[in-house]
Design a binder for this molecule. Structure first.
Ligand code: GLV
Ligand code: MN
Ligand code: MN
Length: 452
């Protein structure tokens, strides 16, 4: 019976000769499961395309915190959650939350069943790829959809989270959505302004959220089983090893800083070169110093990703420059030392050029280890679906890092082409999405057996 699946044409339909071959060895129920997963994986890919069309910029994908594009994204993803049998709500900061009830809440130990959290973020960087964040939300919805279609309820409830801000593009303070749920959001951040002078509080209000109610949006730790996030790897280890997926061991910390160089603007024709206090020249020297420093320190990455020179005229000496510095290392002490050295270096450059330097750390997170028990379980489940498994550290930041303050977290990385991310070239194979769905389903079933 199994052999009948070796049909030309079906391969193209469900993705991958390697996988079709595998069907021959599976018991019939597993074949049905694999085919249904292939169907769900295709749905995820179609939804990735649809969500990738929702942008605040006409020719590229950009979806920032509390933007009209985020409103449309939440509405669309909310409709998919409803179709998968979930009750949908938005919390005070605009996180989208789909709730799939437990089998029999009354039989649970505490007032209501425990909750397993799944998800990732729905915001993007500027000129983004379609998979960063979105994949994790859509894979989670696909798994719940399958439970719903099969009329299965688990001993615990599932909440699928579409976080409102992970990238920190608009306010440079990242993990806003997950920090609210974890109860670590700093209300001082509500005063930060974006490039247009809109405070975070105003942005949340205009999105329909409630800045005054953020503290009460925190989830109750005692109700939670944990948080699992599926995400593209954003690196090339899985590709090199020819693996579809891999469990994550830890998420590196990061520091994001704004640096302001204040010199003196003046006439580009009349101020002699030796009398200038050119803020852009000081900043340029600093940008190269950042690169140099990171190149010479093993494991350190440092990036100046944004820079603005004022007043911004070809015939005016730049009097002010504002730039961002993003510093990462898996070891927190090494990262802190690197930041201190870069700050001293910026000050030295400023002193030599009579340019004032202001150093303002906007966001700082520690490295976070994924939960040993959940991650080991995930790793064992990965082995059921590919010949070997590996644990991967994450250099990039993820909502799981903020959620770890609240509940045990685990992450599953999915191979992405060439490791390309934060770029429109992000690409993921449908066959790997199928594996991610299968692993997450196994994860749900295994937890259900433990929790029953
Ligand atoms: C999130 O994408 C990050 O900047 O690590
Ligand atoms: Mn990202
Ligand atoms: Mn991401």
């Amino acid at each position: 019976m199994c052999r009948c699946w070796y049909r030309p044409g079906l391969t193209a339909l469900i993705g991958g000769v390697e996988w079709i071959g595998k069907l021959a060895w599976l018991p019939p129920q597993d074949i049905v499961d694999e085919l249904m997963n292939a169907d769900l994986a295709r749905t995820v890919m179609e939804r990735i395309e649809a969500l990738g069309q929702i942008s605040e910029e006409p020719d590229r994908l950009t979806r920032t915190f509390c933007s009209p594009a985020m409103r449309r994204a939440n509405d669309l993803v909310g409709s998919w959650m409803r179709a998968a049998g979930m009750d949908v709500r938005e919390d005070a900061i605009g996180n989208l939350i789909g709730h799939y009830p437990a089998a029999n809440p009354k039989s649970a130990r505490e007032p209501g069943a425990k909750v397993l959290l799944l998800g990732s973020h729905l915001d993007t960087v500027r000129n983004a790829g379609k998979f960063d964040g979105a994949l994790g939300v859509l894979v989670a919805i696909a798994c719940v959809q399958r439970l719903f279609q099969n009329q299965i309820r688990l001993p615990f409830a599932i909440e699928v989270l579409g976080f409102a801000d992970e990238e920190g593009v608009r306010y440079h303070s990242t993990y806003l959505g997950s920090k609210v749920l974890a109860g670590t959001f700093d209300p001082e951040d509500l005063k930060i302004t974006d490039a247009e002078g809109v405070t975070m509080a105003q942005a949340i209000r205009s999105f329909g959220g409630h800045p005054g109610a953020l503290a009460s949006a925190k989830l109750e730790r005692r109700h939670l089983l944990g948080y699992l996030e599926v995400h593209i790897e954003q690196g090339s280890v899985l590709e090199e090893k020819k693996f579809s997926v891999g469990a994550v061991s830890a998420i590196a910390g990061q520091t994001r800083t704004r640096v302001r160089f204040l010199g003196r603007a003046g006439h580009a024709a009349t101020v002699p070169m030796n009398r200038r206090r050119d803020a852009l020249c000081a900043a340029a020297q600093f940008v190269l110093a950042v690169e140099n420093h990171a190149r010479r320190s093993a494991g350190l990455v440092a990036t100046v990703g944004e820079i603005a020179a004022l007043p911004g005229s070809s015939n005016v000496i730049p009097g002010e420059v504002n730039l961002s510095v993003d510093v990462r290392h898996s070891d927190d002490a090494t990262r802190a030392a690197a930041c201190a050295r870069l700050r001293d270096h910026a000050k030295d450059i400023g002193k030599a050029r009579s340019v004032d330097v202001k150093w303002h750390v906007i966001h700082k997170t520690r490295s976070v280890a994924c939960d040993r028990g959940l991650s080991e379980m995930l790793n064992q489940l990965v082995k059921r679906h590919q010949r070997e498994s590996i644990f991967l550290p994450s250099g990039a930041g993820h909502d799981a890092a903020a959620m770890a303050a609240l509940t045990p977290v685990a992450m599953l990385f999915v191979r992405c082409k060439g490791g390309i991310s934060h770029h429109p070239g992000e690409s993921v194979r449908v066959g790997d999405v199928r594996v991610a769905i299968a692993v997450m389903e196994d994860f749900l079933q295994t937890l259900a057996r433990c929790d029953a």
